[in-house]
Design a protein around this ligand. Structure first.
Ligand code: HJL
Ligand code: ZN
Length: 166
């Protein structure tokens, strides 16, 4: 098992980026990776990447859906069964709006606002599809949003792999 030190935010972001690389390139979204960490024991609770689960699924959404499945609760009830101190790492800022109209990831994170203390993001969402206000919504709910520096170029390259970049 991979051991990443608790304060090694670049290490966790690198893990999220490794997840993002598994996402099948698609012109109408970004390929994103996410990692949810239990801060009490510095353990990875779940990883996820865009389109990992059937349907039009986002990375953060996959983290939550996989955990809900493992723990035998609906995603809306995860707050009752998850640890009280968690951090979410995501290569791209969690979405506040989706062109598809699906439930944005920010809404899913906000359900866990008492226990997700910090969201670490690699890049803010580019304005390709929507104008994302995810960072503000998270901060308004008392969640810290922290940019992890250093992997931006690689994160954007992976995120836009399915776009027509000519
Ligand atoms: C984040 C993801 C993902 C996006 N953002 N944080 N995680 N794919 O896994 C944001 C982008 C949406 C488009 C299209 N991408 O994906 O704004 O079809 O992908 O629901 O708005 O929406 P759908
Ligand atoms: Zn999303």
């Amino acid at each position: 098992m991979i051991m990443i030190k608790a304060d090694d935010h670049s290490g966790y972001m690198q893990l999220a980026l490794d997840e993002a690389r598994k996402s099948p390139p698609k012109a109408t979204n970004f390929c994103v990776g996410a990692v949810l960490v239990d801060l009490s024991c510095n353990r990875v609770l779940a990883t996820g990447y865009t389109l990992e689960l059937p349907g039009n699924t986002h990375a953060e959404q996959c983290c939550f859906m996989k955990l809900a499945d493992q723990l035998g609760v609906p995603e809306e009830r995860l707050k009752d069964v998850l640890p009280s101190e968690m951090a979410l790492y995501t290569t791209v800022e969690p979405c506040s709006k989706r062109l598809s109209g699906n439930l944005p990831c920010v809404e899913r994170v906000l359900r866990l606002a008492d226990s997700i203390k910090t969201v670490y993001v690699g890049v803010m969402e580019p304005e390709t599809f929507v104008n994302n206000s995810g960072k503000k919504s998270l901060q308004d709910a008392g969640i810290s949003v922290v940019r992890v520096q250093g992997l931006e170029a690689e994160i954007l390259k992976v995120a836009t792999a399915g776009h027509n970049n000519t």
